[in-house]
Design a protein around this ligand. Structure first.
Ligand code: GDP
Length: 298
């Protein structure tokens, strides 16, 4: 079954060549470039990025015969070139506690990602504290407590509906008292009232800075890769709401081919600190530009 499925859905490049010949070649002409462009757009790369990648591939090669493996290699290098500068793990600072603010729309995978990160940092011997800053969603707080248990990390909470900034302040106090290496602060993700959310995030930042003017050290935006081009507008929105310093892309285990990551890297150049590849605690990987490019090209 899976083999047939694979044959029925060849990668981006496979579809340009047909399947009969072992190593088919095709003239790299306008028609082929247009097809390639269309496929990259379908893979969620976005029009602008697809056009530029296609133009780079065409450069100096128009009218030549090209094989499917040559084209795969070219496309993979183009994608690798765009993605290499953004493939960076979360930077670790000597400052204790390092404060990581985690933002993103509800459902993007914030809670899950915080749990996975906490577990990884614990495994690396770091002392981690989590603050459940989405105080308006009782379910979010409970979920975070579940993840805290799994990761073996304390989760600080506040009564439902209370001020997230005051929780953030208490969390800073606790993290300092504990000598914690890392404090991760979850935040609300309701975009329905942006003004409200902006003020809430700004207040959290103000309060944290009273304790440590250099904090927050990272502001992680969690994005759901399956939302396709929507992820681009989410970055724009959150850049207005907060000082986004890096991304975590979730749900890359699903059907999404992840082309939107190329569009994001090309447009914003924000580091991709990690990728979510499942719902379990270990399903968070470092982002590797070359592996990603190979998987995307198929
Ligand atoms: P939040 O509302 O942003 O805190 O989102 P959650 O962390 O609660 O995640 C929303 C849903 O997405 C949950 O069902 C998670 O299990 C799921 N999820 C999160 N990350 C991933 C991932 O990398 N892969 C998959 N398949 N599911 C994920």
């Amino acid at each position: 079954e899976p083999v047939r499925e694979e044959a029925a859905r060849p990668g981006v490049i496979g579809r340009l060549f047909g399947r009969s010949e072992a190593e088919p070649r095709r003239e790299l002409d306008d028609e082929m470039l247009e097809e390639l462009e269309e496929m990259l757009i379908q893979a969620d790369m976005g029009v602008e990025t697809a056009l530029r990648v296609t133009a780079n591939i065409a450069e100096g090669r128009l009218g030549r015969k090209i094989s499917s493996s040559e084209l795969k290699e070219l496309l993979a290098s183009e994608v690798t070139r765009i993605m290499t500068p953004v493939a960076k793990p979360l930077p670790i600072y000597p400052k204790k506690p390092q404060v990581v603010l985690v933002v993103g729309v509800n459902g993007s995978g914030k809670t899950t990602t915080i749990g996975k990160l906490a577990s990884q940092f614990r495994a690396a011997g770091k002392n981690v504290v989590i603050a459940a800053g989405d105080t308006f969603r009782a379910a979010a707080v409970e979920q975070l407590q579940v993840w805290g248990k799994r990761a073996g990390v304390p989760v600080l909470t506040a009564p439902e509906g209370s001020d997230p900034a005051s929780l953030a302040f208490d969390a800073m106090t606790r993290a300092e008292a504990d000598g914690a290496d890392l404090l991760m602060i979850d935040t609300a993700g309701r975009l329905q009232n942006r003004q409200d959310l902006m003020e809430e995030l700004a207040k959290i930042v103000r309060v944290i800075r009273k304790k440590d003017p250099s904090a927050p050290h990272n502001t992680l935006l969690v994005l759901d890769a399956t939302t396709g081009q929507n992820a681009l507008s989410q970055v724009e929105t959150f850049q207005k709401l907060a000082d986004v310093s890096g991304l975590v892309m979730t749900k890359l285990d699903g059907t999404a081919r992840g082309g939107v990551l190329v569009a994001l890297a090309d447009r914003f150049g924000l580091p991709i600190h990690a990728i979510g590849v499942g719902e379990q605690i270990d399903d968070l990987d470092a982002f590797d530009a070359r592996d990603f490019a190979r998987a995307l090209v198929g």
